[in-house]
Design a protein around this ligand. Structure first.
Ligand SMILES: Cc1cc2nc3c(=O)[nH]c(=O)nc-3n(C[C@H](O)[C@H](O)[C@H](O)COP(=O)(O)O)c2cc1C
Length: 201
């Protein structure tokens, strides 16, 4: 089963409204949070993907454009890419939709560990340095990494609340993946994160 009803004529996937009614509350999610490195190949539903992306870095205050994760100076410089078997997409949080970037399976390019190629979803957190003005380069790199970490923890807690597996990953060939995703020179990959139904340990 495929996650994405891809319309190659428009390159846009409108996501259903997020639905968060996790069986587990926050305390339970914190107790169950952990990294998983074995995934079943089963696709995630479009509804689940929608809710996950919203939890990761969706808009939670529409009037002011606030997001579910904080960001330094409210730069909101991280773009979340969803790398699926059907292709790679950029999450447009304001419109809550996915924009097709590449109609290719780029999952194997998102990391150097073997499980990344078969995890049904790899998120990639890309910082756009063009949105981070008035900061020294060393501070900028540090803040971009911290902002991505906040998003990654949202994903960890979302996954823990629904018994999904996830692992955030710094082991990424950034040059290779940047080229595969066709990133602009100001865009830098911070972290990647696998998500899927957990497989055997
Ligand atoms: C910034 C960061 C980078 C990480 N990079 C990787 C990675 O590349 N590959 C991996 O398998 N785990 C990675 N991890 C996961 C850690 O190994 C994991 O969180 C740690 O072993 C503790 O296990 P736990 O998350 O189950 O508590 C990373 C974690 C963080 C916070």
């Amino acid at each position: 089963m495929s996650t994405i009803p891809l319309n190659l004529e428009t390159d846009v996937v409108v996501l259903p409204p997020p639905q968060l009614s996790p069986a587990a509350g926050l305390e339970q999610a914190l107790r169950q949070r952990r990294s998983t490195r074995s995934f079943l190949p089963d696709a995630l539903s479009l509804q689940l993907l929608s809710s996950l992306l919203w939890a990761a870095f969706g808009v939670n205050r529409h009037g002011e454009g606030g997001r579910t994760a904080p960001s330094a100076h409210n730069w909101q410089e991280i773009d979340v890419f969803a790398v699926l078997p059907e292709g790679a997409f950029r999450y447009d949080a304001r419109a809550h939709r996915l924009m097709l970037v590449k109609a290719e399976d780029l999952r194997a390019a998102t990391g150097s560990q073997d499980f990344v190629a078969s995890a049904p979803l790899n998120l990639v957190y890309v910082a756009d340095f063009a949105r981070m003005q008035g900061v020294r380069p060393d501070e900028r790199d540090f803040l971009a990494g911290a902002d991505a970490g906040c998003i990654a923890q949202n994903v960890y807690l979302f996954c823990a609340s629904l018994s999904l597996g996830t692992v955030v990953r710094g082991l990424v060939d950034r040059r290779h993946l940047s080229a595969a995703l066709g990133l602009r020179p100001t865009e830098r990959i911070t972290l990647a994160q696998c998500v899927g139904h957990p497989g055997p340990p």
